[in-house]
Design a protein around this ligand. Sequence first.
Ligand code: NAD
Length: 534
Amino acid sequence: EVITINLDTPLYKGSISLNTGLFINGEFVRPQESQDAGKIDIINPSTSKPITSVHLGSSLDVDIAVDAARKAFKSTWGLHVPGSVRGQKLQRLAELIEENLEEIAALEALNCDESYDFDEHLANSSFILPFFTCFVLNPDRSLILGKPFAQAKQEITIGCIATLKYYAGWADKIHGKTIETSETKMAYTRREPYGVVGAIIPWNGPLAMFAWKVGPAVAAGNAIVLKPSELTPLTALRVASLINEAGFPPGVINIVNGYGPTVGSSLSSHPLITKIAFTGSTVTGRKIQEAAAKSNLKVVTLELGGKSPNIIFDDADLEQAIKWAGVGIFTNMGQACCAGSRIFVQEGIYDAFIQGFTAVAQHLQANTGDPFSSPNTLHGPQASEVQYKRILSYISSGIFDGAHVQTGGEKHSEEKGYFIKPTIFTNVTPSMKIAQEEIFGPVAAVIKFKTEEEVIEMANNTTYGLACAVFTENISRGIRVAHAIDAGTAWINTYNTLATNVPFGGYKQSGIGRELGEYALENYTQVKAVHINI
Ligand code: NAD
């Protein structure tokens, strides 16, 4: 079923055609009638009004998609196809997304209200993960006003297109090793794909998450069945319409929309899926691991939540620390897995930091609105009503527990959508709920500390371990603390900087395995050792 979305906004004018079915075996199909789960409205969070609705799949559709993926893997994909050819098709898909960038970015902005700017970082090989970035400072030190539509284009350019191209380049460079075992015997290893990969992704960076899964999985020779978030399936469906043109045989990339407990759970318990890759909450990650264990012991990689500590020492460059603390927690309205939501500030710099950081939050509060219709918007709505209510309840809990609302602490009353004011809590103690649980909103919990030893202990006092940051002009201390924190990523004097070729993933309950870089390919291949008697 093809629908047309007409957009006539100051930032984008045009019609977007979209098939709202499931993409299975190279074609858009309707869900199987016997288990038809109906349709879901896809909401624009700035207005809380539906943009369109898409069809929902069921376990039956998952079975059909897995069957198509298996057939492709066994005949037209996998190691039947040279890596260079797999790479060419991924490269072509990336180029087609590039050719349709305006339209795809408009769709992403509409569905997600991306709000960020990272022009400053485009010149570098590393980048601020776009959907984690809402503002950066100009060289003249004034805040750049957000250009959400332009920024959505940049997110797709770097988070999605560059990732697909990066893995396109890897497709013919996935090698084994030769190993001498004795004078008359030797062995070699092969890196073989798993077969059919199931992928389940969240709503906070839909196309980047699509590319983080599809890129390495398909480059390594797997076929994939991907479930987008039920909140944000539009861009994955738009990209699905380019898959055949890119030259992929039917069944290599399949997209099944649907809810977690139906389509998601069918993927994680499917006996013919041999590897599942998930990004989302720790609660869901646990369910997926359980389902994987109970079904066929499929290999699981999980990218989960966080409560990342951002540690600011007395000797930090204050201006930089304030800027990056803002990037760390307020980017994408706080809806970032590696958000710097616990900010530890040493006592000597505390007052000055709070003053500057409060000004950042208030600047965002003053520039809150629909990011799609105004180039002046810095802070948009939360992505869904559920998320919005959840964040407000965390704010109430912080107030109830005795934390002080330095600024914000409430919804934005002038806006119709799901807007919450960037919030800073001070007088927070480490045991409070707002200092322990992932809020996934624009809420910073600031905690004062005295010594390095004390802050390392407090920072590690969490079940999460996704990321951390250290601000200090003493590089030895920066490195020492970065090594001492239990986290998969540590930043020194920056925040949210990621690079396509650097691994990303969590310690503790923030995840298993790594995405990005060469490391991701290890998660999509299994090693076979072949022994030879010479
Ligand atoms: P979520 O766990 O609710 O949903 C994520 C996906 O899982 C969705 O597609 C959902 O439909 C699906 N799902 C839900 N229940 C399921 C089930 N029982 N079985 C299988 N699939 C199921 O998370 P969310 O609210 O969409 O995303 C926010 C979370 O994602 C946050 O906790 C955040 O930290 C995390 N996240 C992590 C990373 C990372 O790289 N570590 C990146 C982005 C988001």
